[in-house]
Design a protein around this ligand. Structure first.
Ligand SMILES: NC(=O)c1ccc[n+]([C@@H]2O[C@H](COP(=O)([O-])OP(=O)(O)OC[C@H]3O[C@@H](n4cnc5c(N)ncnc54)[C@H](OP(=O)(O)O)[C@@H]3O)[C@@H](O)[C@H]2O)c1
Length: 458
């Protein structure tokens, strides 16, 4: 019997018995008497928990696909009655009982309820019961990914989370398989579509931040409380997952510095343009020896660079490897359908692994590293000051005291003298060298807003 068309592997009972001696033999015999109308009894059985935006799109693909290798057996959601759809085959069990799903004969559980609890308990319960798991849950994997990978490996099953970063962009599968032969040392990305939408709107329309945010909210690109997006919490959770999958490094999301985009002003795009640059929220992680340099926040990037060209709510991830060099992954970072494609692709991958008896994830080793935000980089400093003589001299004096070299001073003519914006760019220096100078500048009487300090990524 054919189990998967792509790999042309046989769904040989022997294979499955080797992979999970007891449970799979039990479940195979349990299901033998209940051959499906829409799938063969030899299909890999999958149960879906969470029938929301992504869950519904996943179910659609599974139900519409002529592919008989994956068979949807359960759809589980709280208050499930209101969720029922006529396009779902009648032999799929609708339930609001999670435990019934965990006790079922499904080979794979898809977790799409989101959040930490009860998603964590569900995923652990499934893995402990010998079921593989596919999830799109960024929070769960960012926080518990290393442990869940370990649990899955010990149970000889898999946990896949390809949709948890960059939605439909297949960067995580690439890191976990296509690039695992390289030794990656750097990952950088535009990982938050909300921030990219807002920044590219300010760039293109020169509107204030507040207006761009309102527009993003009206169009459904930003939540009513968008703090997680704007202040970098969402992106750093994704960076932690990329570091886990690509750099094999355990990163607690909160250990990564996150800087907000709220302070970005339309005038910053004018000054950035003078440097042939623009501004994007960039998440980056560089592994050097046993230190992971990591940071999330707005950065000045060349307009003609891959990051500079990313518009609207798209995502882009760049990886750097010792042998393979640089790679780029671009596409829709969210949305029910693109995310569902990533989930179903994970399902197919897990099904192939189980059929081949290779449930264990060879790339599941993880090490720890010291986390630092002390990058060495050129800097963009933007000031809003009450105009008066001697301002540049005082700022230059403070920078000189701290052995920091000015690269350029930019000032647009004709600005409001009560809140005059101007920019100083610095030659490369470490964050830790710049910080004391910024502290000193924050006390200056002519400043009308805190200095905006952005790394310049060349
Ligand atoms: N949407 C995207 O573009 C996207 C992109 C990438 C990753 N993701 C991730 O995908 C996952 C699902 O996202 P989504 O957008 O589909 O969320 P969603 O639309 O809110 O769907 C979640 C579903 O789970 C149900 N649910 C929540 N808690 C439950 C519980 N304790 N027991 C049973 N059912 C429960 C919800 O029921 P109710 O209807 O009662 O609320 C809802 O139907 C999340 O982890 C999210 O971060 C989403």
């Amino acid at each position: 019997m054919q189990f998967t068309r792509r790999a042309s592997r046989t769904y040989d009972k022997e294979f499955l018995l080797r992979a999970r001696p007891n449970r799979l033999s039990e479940t195979s015999s349990k299901s033998a008497g209940s051959a499906s109308k829409h799938g063969e009894s030899s299909a890999c059985r999958v149960a879906l928990i969470g029938f929301g935006t992504v869950g519904r799109a996943v179910a659609k693909i599974l139900c519409e696909s002529g592919d008989r290798t994956l068979r949807l057996t359960h759809i589980c959601n709280r208050n499930v009655e209101r969720k029922k759809q006529p396009w779902v085959p009648s032999d799929v069990v609708w339930t609001d009982d999670v435990q019934a799903v965990l006790n079922s004969d499904a080979h794979i559980v898809i977790e799409l309820i989101g959040g930490l609890s009860p998603a964590e308990q569900i995923v652990r319960g499934a893995l402990k019961g010998g079921k593989s798991v596919v999830t799109a849950n960024k929070q769960l994997i960012a926080r518990h990914g290393p442990d869940l990978l370990q649990l899955a490996a010990s149970q000889r099953c898999r946990v896949e989370f390809g949709a948890s970063v960059a939605g439909g962009v297949p960067v995580l599968p690439a890191l976990r398989t296509g690039l695992c032969g390289d030794r990656l040392h750097g990952i950088a990305g535009i990982l938050n579509g909300t921030c990219n939408y807002i920044l590219s709107r300010i760039e293109n329309a020169r509107i204030p931040f507040s207006e761009a945010l309102e527009e993003a909210q009206a169009r459904g690109y930003a939540e009513a409380d968008a703090s997680e997006d704007l202040d970098g919490g969402d992106a750093r959770a994704k960076l932690a997952i990329l570091a886990l999958a690509g750099l094999h490094t355990r990163v607690v999301p909160e250990s990564v510095r996150a800087r907000t985009i709220r302070a970005i002003d339309a005038v910053d795009f004018d000054y950035a343009a003078e440097l042939a640059c623009t501004i994007r929220q960039i998440s980056r992680a560089d592994l050097k020896d046993n230190t992971l340099f990591a940071d999330v926040g707005p950065c000045v990037v060349p307009t003609d660079s891959p990051f500079g060209r990313v518009q609207r709510n798209l995502n882009l991830v760049l990886t750097s490897g010792q042998y393979g060099g640089d790679m780029a992954f671009l596409g829709a970072g969210a949305g029910g359908d693109p995310t569902a494609v990533a989930v179903v692709s994970d399902l197919m991958f897990v099904a192939q692994s189980l059929a081949a008896g290779t449930g264990r994830d060879v790339a599941s080793y993880v090490s720890t590293a010291e986390i630092s935000s002390d990058f060495e980089t050129p800097w963009y400093l933007r000031f809003f000051v009450r105009d008066q003589p001697g301002i540049v001299a005082r700022l230059a004096g403070i920078l000189a005291e701290h052995h920091l070299n000015i690269d350029s001073v930019l000032q647009k003519p004709g600005c409001d003298k009560a809140a005059l914006p101007f920019v100083i760019t610095l030659e490369p220096c470490r964050d830790s060298s710049l910080h004391p100078a910024l502290e000193k500048m924050s006390g200056l009487d002519f400043a009308v807003r805190p200095c905006l300090c952005l790394p310049i990524l060349r």
